[in-house]
Design a protein. Sequence first.
Length: 139
Amino acid sequence: MRTKKVGTTGRFGNKYGSRVRHMVAKIEANSRAQHVCPQCLRLTLDRQSAGIWKCKKCNVTIAGGAYQPTTTATKIMKGEVEAFVEEVAPVVAGASAAIEETQEAVVEVKAPAKKKAKAKKSKEAAAEQAENEAADESE
């Protein structure tokens, strides 16, 4: 049987119609091609079975589409997630900056109170020391 023009779909012969056989040939060629591994970024990702893809180099196994590692739905979802992160990142950064400012203000409020307490203790200690010296001189 001659399969030079139709490739892998030559096994179907003249059944199913030419359009269907061309679509199957295109899908099979895409699934058998090597794809880029998302972890090591090399052209070493191969299809193991429907939806299971494995990298020959880094040996990572990922779940993907049946005939290609990334589906249209995956691409759309990645875009949505990236857009959401871009939207939320400034808000989160602003919130974290506000939290840091609040924490700094709390530290500033607490610090003078400690200094006053230390000042009181040092004044009391100085007064006691002066009394002790005065008592020693009078004796």
